[in-house]
Design a protein around this ligand. Structure first.
Ligand SMILES: C[S@@+](CC[C@H](N)C(=O)[O-])C[C@H]1O[C@@H](n2cnc3c(N)ncnc32)[C@H](O)[C@@H]1O
Length: 227
């Protein structure tokens, strides 16, 4: 190889080095942006998907306007503390606070809790509301005199036992869309998916104390049809 060729070759290599460096920097930036976006996407979506992977799947399905109205309607003569178990985006808690309740929400999804706090602040009820990032099975609801739950049928029997042992006998419980399996409601309001059932703690606690189980009309019908 002539000296001239060597000279030309080394000149080309020197030009290629900065080009290679800038290409690898661009590669790093792209990797960073794609990786960061995937991590952010995971952080946002995981809390919404996680409930589906739990033993009892309780997804985020917000209450309809009619459902919220029915809840507030059946509690219109009540006051004091209220809790929404699995408070979602905070709509029931915020509406209750606007009706004079000191209202709290317990919710597993941190995004929904932060959003609820922001919405409560924006709607001017942040002083009479509180939102907690908590698993409903790991907290006690003993301090609440009004309890609201929009659950799923698979969890209602366990929740019945939990609330029976925790709540004072002055409490009222409102179930949205799905009733409790053995408690007898004192009344219902609304229809279809907006139905709410109201339960008096004095009644369901006295049944427990007397060691009796209450039967819904449906269970009695089923039993009758087998005899
Ligand atoms: C059917 S939504 C009801 C939302 C709200 N209460 C409403 O009526 O608009 C049920 C909520 O419970 C939350 N959730 C699910 N599992 C939970 C758990 N173990 N502890 C607390 N909240 C839970 C879900 O993230 C969801 O927001």
């Amino acid at each position: 190889m002539s000296q001239e060729t060597l000279f030309l070759d080394s000149g080309q290599n020197q030009e290629a080095v900065p080009e290679r460096k800038s290409r690898s920097r661009l590669g790093l930036v792209i990797t960073g942006v794609v990786g960061g976006s995937l991590v952010a996407l995971y952080a946002v979506t995981a809390p919404f998907v996680a409930p589906a992977l739990r033993k009892i799947c309780l997804p985020f399905v917000p209450a309809t306007t009619a459902q919220v109205e029915n809840v507030l309607g059946v509690l219109r003569t009540r006051s004091g503390t209220l809790v929404d178990i699995g408070s979602g985006d905070g709509r029931i808690v915020i509406a209750a606070a606007k009706h004079g309740f000191v209202a709290s929400g317990f919710e597993l999804n941190p995004w929904l809790v932060w959003y609820s706090r922001y919405k409560a602040w924006r709607e001017g009820v942040h002083r009479s509301t509180s939102f907690h990032i908590s698993d409903l099975w790991k907290v006690s609801f003993a301090q609440y005199s009004n309890v609201v739950i929009f659950g799923v049928p698979q969890m209602m029997d366990q929740l019945e036992l939990k609330l029976t042992s925790e709540l004072p006998s002055t409490a009222k419980v409102v179930a949205c869309r799905f009733p409790f399996p053995t408690w007898v409601p004192e009344h219902t309001a609304g229809e279809g998916i907006d139905t709410v059932w109201v339960y008096d703690a004095k009644t369901f606690k006295s049944h427990l104390q007397h060691g009796t189980t209450t039967k819904t009309a449906e269970q009695e019908d089923t039993q009758d049809s087998h005899t």
